[in-house]
Design a protein around this ligand. Structure first.
Ligand code: NAP
Ligand code: MG
Length: 495
């Protein structure tokens, strides 16, 4: 079906026919052993649209066991170019089913359809990138002198667990699963309970292209049950966890008992610095995308604007005007901004703004919960700018994970840098300036895993991504991700 027809069916019925709803384990679809199920909501209407299996220890055991057998079985015997062909076929499958995947992602997560389509394209590009990498990731020969032969080999780390959040369900699944498979690992994925659907649709594609049974398994359910069973499982060799700092700490404790390897992609409170000489059109566009894309529910959102006092007033006027003009609506209608993901999350965002109001904060626009103006339904928050905040304000220090921009003003670059570095997070940073010396000096001194100069979110699958400080450790994307899913072995022989 073409995109428009799918959208019409979804708008009329609230869902699409034939969505998968069960776990995908060892190449089969199965319900939970105890029959447990749970609901997923469409955040744009606040209504349930999917009932899916809720797994726990029994399903995780079965999935880890299948992943171990596949690791020791057919998967380890495939040559890298054969693994590459399978990954390429997944990329093609994602493209073939892009419209259905995008509508599913919008229904489940709330994000605008254009963003969901972009996420599906990104997921396909991710599988293609790692298909290309399968046979190009190799060790070194180490020169020990004429009487020795020494070399290193990258071996697959083994059974890998992937715990996925609700803000980029398909993208996060792809950016973990594709490099894990390219490195020769097998996978058990646990999507967020709010957004299980696209991980299951990805499993359908993986099944259809005949990746051997057990190589990729998906167990749906809650974090406290399926998630905790998975990350503490003795049969898991590596955990990639993407989510909040609090849960990441819990996962770390849980994995410690088995000394399981960890990659933690946690939260952020990323600064976007605008220097007085910046191209202000570009900077305004960067801030708008940086904080209002996906309704601000992005780990790397530009949630803090750190701006030179000399341009502050005029810049905020322009930004406020553009922000007020943003329309809200269900993700399938592609309004300017979609809903936030759940009712509890909406309440949490509203709580931040209530407290800010009681402190007398300068709220330039927005600041309230609302609904889809066309239907009166759904979980929406007005796009919000809070001006001239102190460095110790809660809105500066805490990740809100919503469409709320915190503004901080500096008088000189040193002070600006202190403000930029002045939180416990270190995920990304943006710098807008025409002075490239200043840009690169700041890039050196900002404590973040990636720095975007004059284009926020620049990069793509080839650029490594990950956090510093409490934003986590380890790197995904790029060739670096292959290292995350490999064990390096050194071999030395006396000739
Ligand atoms: P979350 O509550 O930490 O949940 C993330 C995932 O962990 C979900 O699948 C959740 O399952 C699962 N989980 C919960 N408790 C668990 C436990 N005890 N053991 C194992 N797994 C458990 O985070 P979220 O609120 O969904 O996501 C938003 C957060 O993710 C933000 O802080 C954001 O910055 C961060 N994030 C970071 C990145 C990055 O790349 N650095 C990317 C995206 C998001 P259930 O949902 O089913 O409970
Ligand atoms: Mg949902």
């Amino acid at each position: 079906m073409d995109l428009q027809s799918l959208v019409e069916v979804a708008q009329q019925t609230g869902t699409l026919p034939h969505f998968p709803t069960q776990h995908f384990i060892d190449g089969h679809w199965c319900a939970s052993a105890d029959g447990s199920e749970m609901d997923s909501w469409d955040p744009g209407t606040g209504k349930v649209f999917l009932r899916f299996s809720a797994g726990g220890a029994a399903e995780v055991d079965a999935a880890v066991d299948a992943a171990r057998r596949a690791l020791n079985g057919p998967w380890s015997r495939l040559k890298p170019p054969d693994r590459a062909s399978l990954l390429r076929a997944v990329a093609q499958g994602l493209r073939t089913h892009a419209h259905r995947l995008a509508v599913a992602e919008t229904l489940d997560s709330g994000k605008r359809l254009v963003e969901s389509l972009g996420d599906v394209r990104g997921a396909a590009a991710c599988f293609e990138y790692y298909a290309g990498a399968c046979d190009k990731f190799h060790g070194d020969a180490i020169p020990l002198g004429p009487d020795y032969l020494a070399y290193t080999v990258h071996e697959p780390v083994g059974v890998t667990a992937h715990v996925i959040p609700w803000n980029y369900p398909l993208s996060t699944a792809a950016r973990g699963i594709a490099p894990a498979l390219a490195a020769g690992c097998t996978v058990v994925a646990k999507p967020a309970e709010q957004t299980p659907l696209t991980a299951l649709l990805l499993a359908e594609i993986i099944h259809a292209v005949e990746i051997p049974a057990g190589v990729v398994n998906v167990v749906t359910g809650t974090g406290s049950s399926a998630g905790a069973s998975l990350v503490g499982h003795p049969g898991v060799d590596h955990v990639t966890f993407t989510g909040s700092v609090a849960t990441g700490v819990n996962v770390m404790h849980n994995a410690a008992d088995q000394t399981t390897r960890l990659l933690l992609e946690l939260g952020g409170k990323s600064p976007l610095m605008v220097l007085a000489d910046a191209d202000l059109d570009r900077a305004v566009a960067g801030v708008m995308d940086g904080i209002f894309e996906n309704a601000g529910q992005i780990c790397s959102a530009a949630s803090r604007l750190v701006i030179d006092r000399r341009i502050h007033a005029a810049f905020i006027d322009r930004l406020t005007e553009k922000t007020r003009a943003l329309t809200l609506g269900h993700g399938l209608r592609n309004a300017g901004m979609g809903p936030v993901n759940s009712a509890p999350h909406l309440q949490k965002i509203a709580g931040f703004l209530e407290r800010a109001r009681s402190r007398g904060a300068h709220i330039r626009c927005g600041g309230h919960s609302t609904s889809d103006p066309q239907t009166g339904l759904g979980w929406f928050f007005e796009p919000t700018i809070v001006d001239d905040l102190r460095a110790d304000d809660e809105l500066v220090q805490e990740e809100i994970f919503g469409p709320v921009l915190a503004v901080q003003i500096f008088d000189d670059l040193e002070q600006g840098l202190d403000l930029a570095n002045g939180t416990r997070f270190g995920l990304v940073a943006g710098i807008y300036t025409r002075d490239f010396s200043n840009a690169h000096r700041l890039a050196q001194r900002i404590d973040a895993g990636q720095v975007y100069i004059n284009e926020y979110f620049a990069g793509g699958i080839a650029l490594p991504f990950g956090g510093n400080k409490r934003s986590g450790f380890g790197r995904e994307k790029g060739m670096e991700a292959l290292r995350s899913y490999s064990k390096l072995k050194g071999v030395a022989a006396r000739l």
